[in-house]
Design a protein around this ligand. Structure first.
Ligand code: ZN
Length: 241
């Protein structure tokens, strides 16, 4: 059994298509989308359409909720708020319904997935540090937990009382340990690498790999600028910040 897992698409169609092409070559049995399909970029409608076509295994992100009025955006920064408003204005009823119906958590026999964290998933807490990770580890069993939200790929590994933060490209899961995997962001990476990110989990091999995928950043940037979205949302894509 192989999973393709991706998160934080943020209406970036070019990155999304490039990631899907890469994942297809991996022959995944299941694709899981861990939230934030929309927000920031210029192609929310296309990214929703593509997601509906791709999989039923989807969790919602804070931007998905914000775009349909389910989330108070007072904590969003100015540019994020403008993008939320812009997105809200162009979604149709069926797209809104789709976003509203997304679950907070996805789970099956092998994995669990949530956009932010397992403690109060509706609050979309970030897992940046070990202290944040502990709260999610305490709600997990032996299945690995896949997350997004921070837009930076990273592994957290718990071995009894010890937690390690690992920035490797791949990790082989060991018996008796717990893992939280941030799969990074498709549409707005923030770890200094401007390539789109996604993860592949091979259950039989117990191997999780973070993939990075080049895409046509310039085309995405032009669309964002032409849409009248904040310019910074275009420029930051080249930096991966
Ligand atoms: Zn996001």
């Amino acid at each position: 059994m192989r999973y393709g897992i991706l998160s934080d698409i943020h209406s970036n169609l070019e990155a999304y298509e490039a990631v899907i092409d890469t994942l297809k070559k991996e022959n995944p049995d299941k694709i899981v989308v861990v939230g934030d399909i929309v927000g920031y970029g210029a192609d929310p409608k296309e990214c929703i359409r593509l997601t509906r076509f791709l999989t039923d295994n989807i969790t919602c992100g804070n931007h998905d909720w914000a775009a349909v009025g389910l989330m108070n955006i007072k904590w969003f920064n100015y540019n994020a708020r403008r993008a939320v408003q812009w997105t809200k204005d162009i979604l149709n009823g069926s797209e809104e319904e789709f976003l509203k119906k997304l679950n907070l958590i996805f789970e099956d026999e092998n994995i669990i997935a949530v956009h932010g964290s397992l403690d109060n998933p509706q609050d979309f807490n970030y897992i940046f540090y070990i202290e944040d990770a502990i709260k999610t580890f305490s709600k997990m069993d032996k299945r690995p937990c896949f997350i997004g939200h921070s837009h930076s790929p990273v592994f957290f590994m718990r071995d009894k009382e010890r937690i390690d933060v690992i920035f490797d490209e791949a990790i082989r899961l060991e018996e008796g340990k717990q893992y939280i995997i941030n799969v990074g962001s498709v549409g707005q990476p923030r770890d200094g690498d401007n390539r789109a990110a996604c993860a592949v989990y091979d259950v039989r091999e117990q191997l999780i790999t973070i993939k990075r995928v080049e895409y046509n950043i310039r085309e995405t940037q032009e669309k964002i600028l032409n849409a009248g979205l904040p310019e910074i949302l275009a420029y930051r894509l080249s930096e991966g910040r």
